[in-house]
Design a protein around this ligand. Structure first.
Ligand code: FAD
Length: 413
Protein backbone atom coordinates (compact mmCIF):
# COMPACT_ATOMS: atom_id res chain seq x y z
CA UNK A 1 0.00 0.00 0.00
CA UNK A 2 1.39 3.44 -0.83
CA UNK A 3 -0.26 5.53 1.87
CA UNK A 4 0.76 3.41 4.83
CA UNK A 5 -2.45 3.52 6.86
CA UNK A 6 -5.16 4.46 4.41
CA UNK A 7 -6.13 1.67 2.04
CA UNK A 8 -7.08 2.95 -1.41
CA UNK A 9 -10.80 3.59 -1.76
CA UNK A 10 -10.92 1.36 -4.83
CA UNK A 11 -9.51 -1.56 -2.83
CA UNK A 12 -12.05 -1.03 -0.05
CA UNK A 13 -14.86 -0.97 -2.60
CA UNK A 14 -13.54 -4.13 -4.20
CA UNK A 15 -13.36 -5.92 -0.82
CA UNK A 16 -16.82 -4.68 0.19
CA UNK A 17 -18.21 -6.04 -3.05
CA UNK A 18 -16.72 -9.45 -2.22
CA UNK A 19 -17.60 -9.83 1.48
CA UNK A 20 -20.45 -7.36 1.99
CA UNK A 21 -20.71 -4.56 4.54
CA UNK A 22 -20.44 -6.80 7.64
CA UNK A 23 -17.38 -8.58 6.30
CA UNK A 24 -15.14 -5.50 6.20
CA UNK A 25 -13.93 -3.48 9.20
CA UNK A 26 -11.87 -0.31 8.87
CA UNK A 27 -12.67 1.78 11.96
CA UNK A 28 -10.01 1.72 14.69
CA UNK A 29 -12.49 0.84 17.45
CA UNK A 30 -13.87 -2.09 15.42
CA UNK A 31 -10.38 -3.32 14.63
CA UNK A 32 -9.12 -3.03 18.21
CA UNK A 33 -10.09 -6.52 19.52
CA UNK A 34 -8.41 -8.16 16.53
CA UNK A 35 -5.12 -6.32 16.87
CA UNK A 36 -4.21 -7.34 20.42
CA UNK A 37 -3.23 -10.86 21.40
CA UNK A 38 -4.79 -13.07 24.11
CA UNK A 39 -2.22 -12.06 26.72
CA UNK A 40 -2.46 -8.36 25.93
CA UNK A 41 1.30 -8.42 25.27
CA UNK A 42 1.32 -7.73 21.54
CA UNK A 43 -0.59 -4.75 20.18
CA UNK A 44 -0.50 -3.91 16.51
CA UNK A 45 -2.43 -1.77 14.05
CA UNK A 46 -4.30 -3.01 11.01
CA UNK A 47 -5.25 -1.13 7.86
CA UNK A 48 -8.40 -3.22 7.66
CA UNK A 49 -9.94 -6.53 8.63
CA UNK A 50 -11.80 -8.79 6.23
CA UNK A 51 -14.10 -11.61 7.32
CA UNK A 52 -14.88 -13.77 4.30
CA UNK A 53 -17.80 -16.18 4.65
CA UNK A 54 -16.65 -18.82 2.13
CA UNK A 55 -13.62 -20.25 0.38
CA UNK A 56 -14.58 -18.38 -2.80
CA UNK A 57 -14.73 -15.08 -0.91
CA UNK A 58 -11.38 -15.82 0.76
CA UNK A 59 -9.80 -16.53 -2.62
CA UNK A 60 -11.09 -13.25 -4.08
CA UNK A 61 -10.03 -11.28 -0.99
CA UNK A 62 -6.51 -12.73 -1.06
CA UNK A 63 -6.21 -12.04 -4.80
CA UNK A 64 -7.33 -8.43 -4.31
CA UNK A 65 -4.96 -7.84 -1.40
CA UNK A 66 -2.07 -9.50 -3.24
CA UNK A 67 -2.64 -7.35 -6.31
CA UNK A 68 -2.70 -4.24 -4.12
CA UNK A 69 0.51 -5.34 -2.36
CA UNK A 70 -1.11 -5.46 1.08
CA UNK A 71 0.43 -7.85 3.61
CA UNK A 72 -1.97 -10.40 5.08
CA UNK A 73 -2.19 -11.69 8.66
CA UNK A 74 -4.46 -14.76 8.76
CA UNK A 75 -6.43 -14.99 11.98
CA UNK A 76 -8.83 -17.51 13.51
CA UNK A 77 -9.71 -17.44 17.24
CA UNK A 78 -6.80 -15.11 18.14
CA UNK A 79 -5.70 -17.22 21.12
CA UNK A 80 -2.10 -17.43 20.00
CA UNK A 81 0.25 -16.76 22.89
CA UNK A 82 3.18 -15.38 20.90
CA UNK A 83 1.72 -12.50 18.89
CA UNK A 84 1.51 -14.47 15.63
CA UNK A 85 -2.16 -13.77 15.04
CA UNK A 86 -2.03 -9.98 15.25
CA UNK A 87 -0.63 -7.42 12.79
CA UNK A 88 2.57 -5.48 13.36
CA UNK A 89 2.65 -1.81 14.35
CA UNK A 90 2.94 -0.46 10.78
CA UNK A 91 -0.80 -0.11 10.24
CA UNK A 92 -0.36 -1.39 6.70
CA UNK A 93 -1.41 -5.03 7.07
CA UNK A 94 -4.81 -6.58 6.51
CA UNK A 95 -6.14 -9.16 8.95
CA UNK A 96 -8.08 -11.92 7.20
CA UNK A 97 -10.21 -13.49 9.91
CA UNK A 98 -11.81 -16.87 9.11
CA UNK A 99 -14.34 -16.99 11.99
CA UNK A 100 -17.37 -16.60 9.72
CA UNK A 101 -16.43 -19.80 7.92
CA UNK A 102 -17.64 -22.05 10.71
CA UNK A 103 -19.80 -24.70 9.06
CA UNK A 104 -19.56 -28.44 9.42
CA UNK A 105 -19.64 -29.42 5.76
CA UNK A 106 -20.00 -33.19 6.16
CA UNK A 107 -19.70 -36.09 8.57
CA UNK A 108 -18.86 -39.57 7.27
CA UNK A 109 -19.33 -41.97 10.17
CA UNK A 110 -18.27 -45.02 8.15
CA UNK A 111 -15.01 -43.28 7.36
CA UNK A 112 -14.87 -41.72 10.86
CA UNK A 113 -14.21 -38.28 9.43
CA UNK A 114 -15.66 -34.80 9.68
CA UNK A 115 -15.19 -31.97 7.19
CA UNK A 116 -15.18 -28.57 8.85
CA UNK A 117 -14.42 -25.01 7.90
CA UNK A 118 -11.47 -23.15 9.38
CA UNK A 119 -13.57 -20.89 11.62
CA UNK A 120 -15.23 -23.76 13.46
CA UNK A 121 -14.57 -23.33 17.20
CA UNK A 122 -12.76 -26.35 18.63
CA UNK A 123 -15.35 -26.89 21.41
CA UNK A 124 -18.13 -26.89 18.79
CA UNK A 125 -16.25 -29.51 16.79
CA UNK A 126 -15.83 -31.65 19.92
CA UNK A 127 -19.56 -31.29 20.65
CA UNK A 128 -20.61 -32.31 17.13
CA UNK A 129 -18.33 -35.35 17.36
CA UNK A 130 -19.89 -36.30 20.71
CA UNK A 131 -23.42 -35.88 19.34
CA UNK A 132 -22.41 -38.43 16.71
CA UNK A 133 -21.02 -40.81 19.35
CA UNK A 134 -17.46 -40.01 18.38
CA UNK A 135 -14.48 -38.25 19.91
CA UNK A 136 -12.48 -35.42 18.38
CA UNK A 137 -9.44 -35.62 20.65
CA UNK A 138 -7.71 -32.24 20.39
CA UNK A 139 -8.31 -30.62 23.76
CA UNK A 140 -6.73 -27.48 25.19
CA UNK A 141 -7.64 -24.73 27.59
CA UNK A 142 -8.44 -22.30 24.76
CA UNK A 143 -10.91 -24.72 23.14
CA UNK A 144 -13.91 -22.44 23.78
CA UNK A 145 -12.48 -19.80 21.43
CA UNK A 146 -9.66 -21.23 19.30
CA UNK A 147 -10.65 -22.40 15.83
CA UNK A 148 -9.72 -25.24 13.52
CA UNK A 149 -7.74 -23.00 11.11
CA UNK A 150 -5.58 -21.81 14.01
CA UNK A 151 -5.25 -25.32 15.46
CA UNK A 152 -3.98 -26.58 12.11
CA UNK A 153 -1.71 -23.63 11.46
CA UNK A 154 -0.04 -23.96 14.88
CA UNK A 155 -0.11 -27.79 14.79
CA UNK A 156 -1.70 -27.47 18.24
CA UNK A 157 -1.08 -30.11 20.87
CA UNK A 158 -3.09 -29.96 24.09
CA UNK A 159 -3.64 -32.56 26.76
CA UNK A 160 -4.25 -35.75 24.77
CA UNK A 161 -1.26 -35.81 22.41
CA UNK A 162 0.12 -38.73 24.37
CA UNK A 163 -2.57 -40.99 22.96
CA UNK A 164 -3.91 -39.30 19.81
CA UNK A 165 -1.05 -37.12 18.57
CA UNK A 166 -0.92 -33.43 17.61
CA UNK A 167 -3.33 -31.68 15.27
CA UNK A 168 -1.17 -32.87 12.35
CA UNK A 169 -2.19 -36.43 13.17
CA UNK A 170 -5.88 -35.51 12.94
CA UNK A 171 -5.75 -33.99 9.45
CA UNK A 172 -6.55 -36.17 6.43
CA UNK A 173 -7.28 -33.40 3.95
CA UNK A 174 -7.00 -29.63 3.58
CA UNK A 175 -8.35 -26.82 1.46
CA UNK A 176 -6.08 -23.78 1.27
CA UNK A 177 -6.18 -20.40 -0.44
CA UNK A 178 -2.68 -19.77 -1.77
CA UNK A 179 -0.97 -16.33 -1.58
CA UNK A 180 -2.09 -15.40 -5.11
CA UNK A 181 -5.72 -16.34 -4.49
CA UNK A 182 -5.73 -19.78 -6.13
CA UNK A 183 -7.45 -22.55 -4.18
CA UNK A 184 -5.45 -25.71 -3.44
CA UNK A 185 -8.02 -28.47 -3.08
CA UNK A 186 -6.57 -31.27 -1.01
CA UNK A 187 -9.83 -31.96 0.77
CA UNK A 188 -9.60 -35.75 0.71
CA UNK A 189 -10.63 -38.17 3.43
CA UNK A 190 -8.33 -41.00 2.45
CA UNK A 191 -7.02 -43.16 5.28
CA UNK A 192 -4.40 -44.48 2.93
CA UNK A 193 -2.96 -42.07 0.41
CA UNK A 194 0.40 -42.99 -1.05
CA UNK A 195 0.14 -40.89 -4.19
CA UNK A 196 3.47 -39.11 -3.93
CA UNK A 197 4.17 -35.90 -2.03
CA UNK A 198 1.82 -35.18 0.84
CA UNK A 199 1.54 -31.44 0.36
CA UNK A 200 -0.97 -30.84 3.15
CA UNK A 201 1.82 -31.26 5.69
CA UNK A 202 3.48 -28.09 4.38
CA UNK A 203 0.50 -26.03 5.53
CA UNK A 204 0.11 -27.68 8.94
CA UNK A 205 2.11 -25.69 11.48
CA UNK A 206 3.00 -23.08 8.83
CA UNK A 207 1.30 -20.26 10.82
CA UNK A 208 -0.31 -18.87 7.69
CA UNK A 209 2.96 -18.25 5.85
CA UNK A 210 2.00 -20.42 2.87
CA UNK A 211 -1.71 -19.71 2.55
CA UNK A 212 -5.01 -19.48 4.38
CA UNK A 213 -6.53 -22.80 5.47
CA UNK A 214 -10.26 -22.68 4.71
CA UNK A 215 -11.41 -26.24 5.48
CA UNK A 216 -10.16 -29.63 6.61
CA UNK A 217 -11.11 -33.28 6.73
CA UNK A 218 -10.38 -34.49 10.27
CA UNK A 219 -10.30 -37.91 11.91
CA UNK A 220 -12.88 -39.00 14.45
CA UNK A 221 -12.35 -41.71 17.07
CA UNK A 222 -14.54 -43.99 19.19
CA UNK A 223 -16.02 -42.06 22.10
CA UNK A 224 -14.58 -43.19 25.43
CA UNK A 225 -17.14 -45.13 27.53
CA UNK A 226 -15.10 -44.95 30.71
CA UNK A 227 -12.80 -42.23 32.03
CA UNK A 228 -10.68 -42.32 35.18
CA UNK A 229 -8.90 -39.21 36.42
CA UNK A 230 -6.53 -38.67 39.34
CA UNK A 231 -4.37 -35.93 40.78
CA UNK A 232 -1.23 -37.59 42.07
CA UNK A 233 1.36 -35.95 44.30
CA UNK A 234 4.85 -37.04 43.25
CA UNK A 235 8.22 -36.38 44.92
CA UNK A 236 9.78 -34.70 41.88
CA UNK A 237 9.69 -34.55 38.05
CA UNK A 238 11.90 -37.68 37.81
CA UNK A 239 9.28 -39.61 39.77
CA UNK A 240 6.62 -38.24 37.40
CA UNK A 241 8.48 -39.63 34.38
CA UNK A 242 8.95 -42.99 36.12
CA UNK A 243 5.26 -43.01 37.05
CA UNK A 244 4.32 -42.50 33.41
CA UNK A 245 6.27 -45.63 32.48
CA UNK A 246 4.61 -47.60 35.30
CA UNK A 247 1.13 -46.50 34.28
CA UNK A 248 1.73 -47.34 30.63
CA UNK A 249 2.95 -50.79 31.63
CA UNK A 250 -0.12 -51.30 33.82
CA UNK A 251 -2.83 -49.59 31.76
CA UNK A 252 -1.45 -49.62 28.21
CA UNK A 253 -2.77 -47.20 25.62
CA UNK A 254 -5.54 -46.11 28.01
CA UNK A 255 -3.15 -43.49 29.42
CA UNK A 256 -4.51 -40.45 27.59
CA UNK A 257 -3.43 -37.45 29.66
CA UNK A 258 -0.39 -37.00 31.87
CA UNK A 259 0.12 -33.39 32.93
CA UNK A 260 2.86 -32.23 35.28
CA UNK A 261 1.87 -29.41 37.63
CA UNK A 262 4.16 -27.75 40.16
CA UNK A 263 2.91 -26.47 43.51
CA UNK A 264 3.77 -22.95 42.31
CA UNK A 265 1.16 -23.41 39.57
CA UNK A 266 -1.54 -24.48 42.01
CA UNK A 267 -0.72 -21.57 44.31
CA UNK A 268 -1.11 -19.21 41.32
CA UNK A 269 -4.52 -20.72 40.58
CA UNK A 270 -5.70 -20.54 44.21
CA UNK A 271 -4.51 -16.94 44.47
CA UNK A 272 -5.96 -15.66 41.20
CA UNK A 273 -8.93 -17.81 40.17
CA UNK A 274 -11.81 -18.05 42.64
CA UNK A 275 -13.60 -21.35 43.17
CA UNK A 276 -10.60 -23.68 43.08
CA UNK A 277 -9.45 -25.63 46.12
CA UNK A 278 -6.72 -28.06 47.03
CA UNK A 279 -8.12 -31.61 46.74
CA UNK A 280 -5.33 -33.09 48.90
CA UNK A 281 -5.01 -32.50 52.66
CA UNK A 282 -1.55 -30.94 52.50
CA UNK A 283 0.65 -29.30 49.87
CA UNK A 284 3.25 -31.21 47.84
CA UNK A 285 5.97 -29.82 45.56
CA UNK A 286 4.85 -31.64 42.40
CA UNK A 287 1.75 -33.28 40.99
CA UNK A 288 0.60 -35.08 37.89
CA UNK A 289 -2.91 -35.05 36.54
CA UNK A 290 -3.49 -38.48 35.04
CA UNK A 291 -6.38 -39.49 32.84
CA UNK A 292 -7.27 -42.87 31.35
CA UNK A 293 -9.80 -43.38 28.55
CA UNK A 294 -11.35 -46.72 27.65
CA UNK A 295 -13.79 -47.41 24.85
CA UNK A 296 -15.33 -50.17 27.03
CA UNK A 297 -17.77 -49.09 29.76
CA UNK A 298 -17.54 -50.09 33.40
CA UNK A 299 -16.08 -49.19 36.78
CA UNK A 300 -12.99 -51.36 36.21
CA UNK A 301 -11.00 -48.45 34.83
CA UNK A 302 -10.98 -46.48 38.09
CA UNK A 303 -10.01 -49.68 39.93
CA UNK A 304 -7.21 -50.25 37.44
CA UNK A 305 -5.92 -46.71 38.02
CA UNK A 306 -6.18 -47.03 41.81
CA UNK A 307 -4.29 -50.33 41.76
CA UNK A 308 -1.54 -48.88 39.57
CA UNK A 309 -1.23 -45.82 41.80
CA UNK A 310 -1.13 -48.04 44.90
CA UNK A 311 1.83 -49.93 43.46
CA UNK A 312 3.49 -46.65 42.51
CA UNK A 313 3.08 -45.40 46.08
CA UNK A 314 4.76 -48.55 47.43
CA UNK A 315 7.73 -47.86 45.15
CA UNK A 316 8.00 -44.26 46.33
CA UNK A 317 6.77 -42.76 43.03
CA UNK A 318 3.58 -41.29 44.50
CA UNK A 319 3.09 -39.54 47.85
CA UNK A 320 -0.69 -39.17 47.77
CA UNK A 321 -3.51 -39.19 45.22
CA UNK A 322 -7.15 -38.39 44.74
CA UNK A 323 -9.16 -40.28 42.12
CA UNK A 324 -12.23 -38.42 40.83
CA UNK A 325 -15.43 -40.22 41.80
CA UNK A 326 -17.78 -38.09 39.69
CA UNK A 327 -17.73 -35.98 36.54
CA UNK A 328 -17.91 -32.87 38.75
CA UNK A 329 -14.78 -33.95 40.62
CA UNK A 330 -13.06 -34.76 37.35
CA UNK A 331 -13.82 -31.28 36.02
CA UNK A 332 -12.64 -29.71 39.28
CA UNK A 333 -9.29 -31.51 38.93
CA UNK A 334 -8.97 -30.41 35.31
CA UNK A 335 -9.87 -26.84 36.27
CA UNK A 336 -6.73 -26.74 38.40
CA UNK A 337 -4.65 -27.52 35.32
CA UNK A 338 -6.61 -25.49 32.78
CA UNK A 339 -6.74 -22.34 34.89
CA UNK A 340 -2.97 -22.04 35.09
CA UNK A 341 -2.72 -19.86 31.96
CA UNK A 342 -5.46 -17.51 33.18
CA UNK A 343 -3.91 -17.40 36.65
CA UNK A 344 -0.56 -16.39 35.17
CA UNK A 345 -2.25 -13.68 33.11
CA UNK A 346 -3.81 -12.25 36.29
CA UNK A 347 -0.55 -12.55 38.22
CA UNK A 348 1.27 -10.26 35.79
CA UNK A 349 3.91 -10.28 33.12
CA UNK A 350 5.96 -13.44 32.70
CA UNK A 351 8.46 -14.71 30.17
CA UNK A 352 6.91 -17.77 28.57
CA UNK A 353 8.59 -20.77 27.01
CA UNK A 354 7.03 -23.78 25.34
CA UNK A 355 9.83 -26.33 25.29
CA UNK A 356 9.99 -29.85 23.89
CA UNK A 357 12.63 -32.37 24.91
CA UNK A 358 12.68 -36.16 24.99
CA UNK A 359 10.42 -37.26 27.87
CA UNK A 360 13.44 -38.69 29.70
CA UNK A 361 15.09 -35.23 29.74
CA UNK A 362 12.21 -33.32 31.36
CA UNK A 363 13.61 -33.58 34.92
CA UNK A 364 17.01 -32.34 33.73
CA UNK A 365 15.44 -29.47 31.79
CA UNK A 366 13.64 -28.25 34.91
CA UNK A 367 16.54 -28.74 37.31
CA UNK A 368 19.19 -27.09 35.13
CA UNK A 369 16.95 -24.21 34.04
CA UNK A 370 15.95 -23.50 37.65
CA UNK A 371 19.59 -23.46 38.76
CA UNK A 372 20.75 -21.24 35.89
CA UNK A 373 17.92 -18.75 36.30
CA UNK A 374 18.30 -18.49 40.07
CA UNK A 375 22.03 -17.86 39.61
CA UNK A 376 21.42 -15.14 37.01
CA UNK A 377 18.30 -13.55 38.57
CA UNK A 378 18.14 -14.32 42.31
CA UNK A 379 14.55 -14.57 43.54
CA UNK A 380 13.09 -15.22 40.08
CA UNK A 381 9.89 -17.27 40.27
CA UNK A 382 9.66 -20.14 37.80
CA UNK A 383 6.48 -21.95 36.91
CA UNK A 384 6.71 -25.33 35.19
CA UNK A 385 3.76 -27.33 33.98
CA UNK A 386 2.52 -29.16 30.95
CA UNK A 387 2.34 -32.22 28.84
CA UNK A 388 5.16 -34.23 30.33
CA UNK A 389 3.88 -37.34 28.58
CA UNK A 390 4.89 -35.64 25.30
CA UNK A 391 8.07 -34.09 26.70
CA UNK A 392 6.44 -30.69 26.14
CA UNK A 393 6.69 -28.28 29.02
CA UNK A 394 5.53 -24.74 29.67
CA UNK A 395 8.41 -23.18 31.55
CA UNK A 396 7.68 -19.61 32.53
CA UNK A 397 9.46 -17.06 34.66
CA UNK A 398 8.01 -14.26 36.77
CA UNK A 399 10.19 -11.47 38.17
CA UNK A 400 11.02 -11.67 41.86
CA UNK A 401 8.28 -10.24 44.04
CA UNK A 402 8.95 -6.51 44.41
CA UNK A 403 10.89 -5.69 47.54
CA UNK A 404 9.51 -3.07 49.87
CA UNK A 405 11.37 0.22 49.68
CA UNK A 406 11.60 0.32 53.50
CA UNK A 407 14.18 -0.34 56.14
CA UNK A 408 13.38 -4.08 56.19
CA UNK A 409 15.01 -5.20 52.96
CA UNK A 410 14.54 -8.90 53.64
CA UNK A 411 10.74 -8.79 53.49
CA UNK A 412 8.80 -9.36 50.30
CA UNK A 413 5.42 -8.05 49.28
C1 FAD B 1 -5.31 -20.74 27.65
C2 FAD B 1 -4.58 -21.24 26.43
C3 FAD B 1 -4.10 -22.54 26.43
C4 FAD B 1 -3.42 -23.03 25.31
N1 FAD B 1 -2.97 -24.31 25.35
C5 FAD B 1 -2.34 -24.81 24.28
C6 FAD B 1 -1.90 -26.16 24.28
O1 FAD B 1 -2.08 -26.90 25.23
N2 FAD B 1 -1.29 -26.62 23.16
C7 FAD B 1 -1.08 -25.83 22.07
O2 FAD B 1 -0.54 -26.31 21.06
N3 FAD B 1 -1.47 -24.54 22.05
C8 FAD B 1 -2.08 -24.01 23.13
N4 FAD B 1 -2.48 -22.70 23.12
C9 FAD B 1 -2.09 -21.87 21.98
C10 FAD B 1 -2.74 -22.45 20.74
O3 FAD B 1 -1.85 -22.46 19.65
C11 FAD B 1 -3.99 -21.79 20.30
O4 FAD B 1 -4.90 -21.75 21.36
C12 FAD B 1 -4.72 -22.37 19.09
O5 FAD B 1 -4.23 -23.53 18.49
C13 FAD B 1 -4.65 -21.31 18.05
O6 FAD B 1 -5.89 -21.27 17.43
P1 FAD B 1 -6.57 -19.88 17.10
O7 FAD B 1 -7.80 -20.22 16.35
O8 FAD B 1 -6.76 -19.04 18.28
O9 FAD B 1 -5.50 -19.25 16.10
P2 FAD B 1 -4.94 -17.76 16.04
O10 FAD B 1 -4.40 -17.37 17.38
O11 FAD B 1 -5.95 -16.87 15.43
O12 FAD B 1 -3.74 -17.95 15.02
C14 FAD B 1 -2.62 -18.72 15.35
C15 FAD B 1 -1.65 -18.75 14.15
O13 FAD B 1 -2.24 -19.40 13.04
C16 FAD B 1 -2.39 -18.52 11.93
N5 FAD B 1 -3.72 -18.80 11.37
C17 FAD B 1 -4.92 -18.70 11.99
N6 FAD B 1 -5.91 -19.12 11.19
C18 FAD B 1 -5.33 -19.49 10.04
C19 FAD B 1 -5.83 -20.03 8.82
N7 FAD B 1 -7.13 -20.25 8.64
N8 FAD B 1 -4.95 -20.32 7.83
C20 FAD B 1 -3.63 -20.09 7.99
N9 FAD B 1 -3.10 -19.58 9.11
C21 FAD B 1 -3.93 -19.29 10.13
C22 FAD B 1 -2.25 -17.13 12.48
O14 FAD B 1 -1.72 -16.23 11.51
C23 FAD B 1 -1.26 -17.38 13.61
O15 FAD B 1 0.05 -17.47 13.10
C24 FAD B 1 -3.19 -22.19 24.19
C25 FAD B 1 -3.69 -20.89 24.19
C26 FAD B 1 -4.37 -20.41 25.31
C27 FAD B 1 -4.90 -19.03 25.29
Amino acid sequence: MNDRSNPPVALLEQLRAIVGERGLLTEAEDLAPFTVDWRGQFRGRAALLVKPASTEETAQVVAALATAGVGIVPQAGNTSLCGASVPDASGTQAVVNVSRMNRVRAIDLDNDTITVEAGCILADLQRVAEENDRLFPLSLAAEGSCEVGGNISTNAGGTQVLRYGNMREQVLGLEVVLPDGRVWDGLRGLRKDNTGYDLKHLFIGAEGTLGIVTAAVLKLYPRPRAIATALVAVPDPAAAVALLGRLRAACGERVTGFELVSRACLDLVFRNIPGNRDPLPRPFAWYVLVELFDSMAGPALAEMLEAALGEAAESGLADDAVVASSQAQRLALWALRENISDAQKTEGVSVKHDVSVPVSQVPRLIAESDLALQAAFPGIRTVAFGHVGDGNLHYNAFPPRARRATSSPGRHR
